[in-house]
Design a protein around this ligand. Structure first.
Ligand code: AMP
Length: 222
């Protein structure tokens, strides 16, 4: 695309394809995909103090406390790895996180960032997540209906057994959607007021959504 550093925030409910699109963009633009959910899952796996605190909260589909998340994101955004841009996925998820991010951007002199708002109806999200499986080794996300894979079957790329995410059970997904509407959706007002939001129709195929984003990125950032 071009040489301006891309600073992107992908925003929207769980299961709309934010992770999939972020990975594609990360490869194409050569900038890191910073997923707070992935960071927490590896903290849980490694048994770190944050991981031990987050595990039960995540399994129940609730949000990890703001101060923990704000600390994690501050560490990443002040590190050299994001010098040439970043894709932030899963943060901010509350108005307090949005205010902290805005203050951090001001402190770091970041003015040109964009927010991609992924839109999809709840019923379609529930349907998609009931078929989501992933490769624990590569982190690649598959859909049983689209990709012809099954949970417990082999990853088409590396052969590792595919797994479901612990928080993708129907009950936890409904809980996560409830949390999204109650606690995360209000962040939209914040982005709209800042004039940095663009909307993505997440109902389309992976390739079509990717094309949509590429076109939007051609337009100059504020
Ligand atoms: P995700 O992979 O983005 O769906 O995140 C999985 C889970 O990690 C969420 O359901 C939350 O429990 C937790 N999490 C990730 N990001 C945040 C955040 N910014 N604030 C609070 N909890 C988070």
């Amino acid at each position: 695309m071009n040489a301006t550093p891309y600073r992107l925030i992908v925003f929207g409910p769980p299961g709309v394809g934010k992770g999939t699109q972020s990975k594609l963009l990360s490869q194409e633009l050569g900038i890191p995909h910073i997923s707070t959910g992935d960071m927490l899952r590896s903290a849980v796996e490694d048994g770190t103090p944050v991981g031990r605190q987050a595990k039960e909260i995540m399994d129940a589909g609730h949000l990890v406390p703001d101060e923990v998340m704000i600390g994690i994101v501050r560490d990443v955004l002040t590190s050299p790895r994001v010098r040439n841009g970043f894709i932030l996925d899963g943060f901010p998820r509350t108005p307090a996180q949005a205010r902290a991010l805005s203050a951090l951007f001001r402190e770091l002199g970041i003015t040109n960032y964009r927010v991609l708002i992924f839109e999809l109806e709840d019923d379609e999200i529930v349907r998609r997540l009931s078929h989501r499986v992933l490769c624990p080794r590569e982190g690649t996300i598959f859909n049983e209906e689209i990709d012809g894979v099954v949970s417990g079957g082999a990853c088409p790329n590396c052969g590792s057994p595919l797994v479901e995410r612990r928080d993708d059970s129907a009950e936890t997904v409904r809980q996560r959607l409830g949390v999204y509407h109650a606690q995360t959706e209000p962040v939209l007002h914040f982005f709209n007021a800042e004039g940095v939001a663009v909307r993505i129709n997440a109902r389309r195929s992976i390739t079509e959504v990717h094309e949509q984003i590429r076109c939007l990125l051609q337009a100059p950032a504020r």
